[in-house]
Design a protein around this ligand. Structure first.
Ligand SMILES: Nc1nc2c(ncn2[C@@H]2O[C@H](COP(=O)(O)OP(=O)(O)O)[C@@H](O)[C@H]2O)c(=O)[nH]1
Ligand SMILES: [Mg+2]
Length: 575
């Protein structure tokens, strides 16, 4: 490989990296200026795909001159006249939807295939009305090494046409910018030319359709405008107003200057390559600079995402903590639960009287608990709905708080608008989820009681009384961290549990039962939290994405520097 090919391939690698880094750095959040930056990011990616990457891959491909300019300036007529036959339709009927036409020498067909430049435009061989098509015309009236593309009007009344014109010009090695005496001071074309100048894009101007007596004055004025806008090196050609032939062609002599210049460019491979590299390098330089702007925007996205994440996490963490606390601080032992429990446990006098006389009273316990099986179930049902209401209440608050915080931050507006899930409310499936968890917890209590340290004599009792004991255990869990006097009568269950399991084991059971309930409530809030956090995960914001874009842009600049040194060092020899 020659040194130059080496440098080109290193540049290509750097550009591919930049493309991939940009691709991996979406700007989905509504950070200030994001809408515009999203557009520039997409434009960067598109232009890399449309032009920079294919061009860098095949520096030796023919020079592509894109003919652009304002409506009716004579672009299509100029293209036909340069080619020497009617290859593209001129016309006054506008706006017309028609695909762009690219004319090339038959030997150059390979350079303009589908996987080359402008890959999203479908190649067609015939005239087509599809704006997403690119009609390829082979013509041996053009020299090899030169292709000409007839673009839509840059000032078309149709936005899609204007956009296509911009896209095509961005894929050009050389702009052949056509204007007329009537049009040359219009604003839109100059906006395009300004961008070309900023990018050091190679531009040639054709002053078309200008009455013979006005040519000198208009050309002089136009030349001054070009010079003051950074385009003093752009060649300026004039095509005087004349009649067109029945096929719509100008006389060959009218376009002889432009044609001669293009042909000489095509035939001189150094001159051609200089034009190609000038435009390519200018575009690469501008892309690398813009990539830094995008990288900054990505940094803002990353920060915004972290802000949203923190806000949602804080809301759910707080709610989860409160719910876990409320589960065992006696709060739930009011109203229904307390009433059903008191029914079940009686006044508690019986149980209290058993204290310290465990061995003697087991049989009496048996009958006591056996007789209250239905009441035990009622306590269980009351507990279930109390826990359910409490968890739902905290989950509603978490969702509302998290969503309000997001609204206030403002960065998630589109995100919230795009989801059909009502994030300001708890999830629709939560009620069922809580129901299932509370039942599973109660089942766990029953299992704990059954597996508890009860001796053979109590086994029979347990067969009947497990429900009652489980409910007692449940009530004790709900009161485990209650301040004194706020236990809703739960304490009367303690001697029952102590009597059956012994005080130490009973304490362990309560601790386990509490741990299980807390875990279940915690996991319910985890899945609630995931609704908010899942949305953020789905955005695909990589916390390292800004650095990747910055690094890639820097590397492209390094490669440009390497290439410019080649240009400045006359001693560098290439084989
Ligand atoms: N008389 C005359 N008509 C022209 C000339 N150039 C273009 N036209 C006509 O002007 C109209 C618009 O030209 P066209 O090439 O389609 O312009 P475009 O919109 O820039 O592509 C057509 O009807 C052409 O025949 C010219 O130099 N002289
Ligand atoms: Mg046209």
């Amino acid at each position: 490989m020659t040194a130059s090919a080496d440098r080109d391939s290193r540049m290509l690698t750097a550009l591919v990296r930049l493309h991939d880094a940009l691709q991996a750095a979406p700007l989905p959040l509504d950070v200030a200026g994001a809408a515009e930056l999203r557009g520039s990011r997409q434009q960067l990616i598109d232009q890399l795909e449309d032009y920079v990457l294919p061009r860098q891959m095949t520096i030796e491909a023919p020079l592509l001159a894109v003919v652009g300019g304002s409506t009716g300036a004579g672009k299509s007529t100029l293209v036909n006249s340069l080619v020497g036959r009617r290859v593209t339709n001129p016309g006054l009927l506008r706006p017309t939807t028609r695909s762009a036409v690219l004319v090339h020498h038959p030997d150059d067909a390979q350079w303009f295939g589908q996987d080359r430049l402008l890959p999203d435009l479908v190649r067609v061989q015939e005239h087509s009305d599809d704006r997403h098509a690119l009609q390829l015309v082979a013509s041996d009236t053009l020299p090899p090494g030169l292709a000409i593309l007839d673009a839509p009007d840059v000032d078309s009344v149709e936005e899609d046409n204007r956009r296509l014109a911009t896209q095509l010009l961005a894929a050009a090695d050389l702009w052949l910018f056509v204007t007329s005496a009537a049009r040359y001071s219009d604003q839109v074309p100059w906006e395009h030319l300004k961008r070309a100048a900023e990018r050091s894009t190679a531009v040639a101007i054709v002053l078309d359709r200008t009455p013979a007596d006005a040519v000198t004055t208009v050309a002089a004025h136009l030349a001054r405008m070009l010079a003051s806008r950074g385009l003093k090196d752009s060649p300026l050609f004039t095509v005087p107003e004349s009649t067109v032939s029945p096929e719509g062609l100008l006389d060959a002599s009218a376009v002889a200057d432009v044609r001669a210049w293009l042909v000489s460019l095509a035939e001189d491979s150094d001159a051609r390559s200089a034009v190609v590299r000038q435009t390519l390098d200018g575009t690469v330089r501008s892309h690398a600079r813009h990539a830094h702007t995008i990288a900054d925007a990505v940094s803002h996205q990353i920060a915004a995402e972290a802000g949203l994440r923190d806000a949602a996490t804080a809301a759910y963490d707080e709610a989860a903590q409160r719910a876990v606390a409320a589960a065992t601080d006696g709060t739930l032992l009011r109203g229904e639960v307390s009433a059903r429990w008191r029914e079940f446990a009686g006044t508690g006098e019986l149980l209290r009287s058993l204290e310290g006389r465990v061995g003697l009273i087991r049989d009496r316990l048996v009958s006591a608990v056996k007789g209250t099986g239905q009441q035990a179930d009622r306590v269980a049902v009351a507990i279930e709905s109390a826990v359910e209401l409490m968890v739902l209440d905290h989950a509603e608050r978490a969702a509302a708080t998290a969503t309000a915080a997001w609204q206030e931050l403002g960065t998630a507006r589109s995100l919230l608008a795009a989801t059909d899930d009502d994030l300001a409310r708890a999830s629709r499936g939560l009620r069922r989820g809580v129901e299932a968890e509370v039942r599973a917890w109660q089942q766990h209590l029953t299992d704990l009681v059954k597996a508890g340290d009860a001796d053979r004599r109590t086994a029979r009792y347990l067969a009947y009384g497990a429900r009652g004991l489980a409910v007692t255990l449940g009530v004790l869990v709900l009161a485990d961290r209650a301040p004194e006097g706020a236990t809703g009568g739960a304490e009367v269950g303690r001697p029952l549990l102590d009597a059956v399991f012994g005080a130490e084991s009973a304490a362990t059971l309560v601790a386990r039962g509490r741990g299980d309930l807390e875990r279940r409530i915690g996991s319910l809030f985890d899945s609630e939290r995931r609704r908010h956090l899942g949305l953020l995960d789905g955005l695909g914001i990589d916390p390292d994405a800004d650095r990747q874009v910055r690094d890639a842009a820097r590397r492209v600049d390094d490669r440009r520097f390497e290439q410019s040194r080649r240009d400045e060092t006359p001693l560098t020899r290439e084989q």
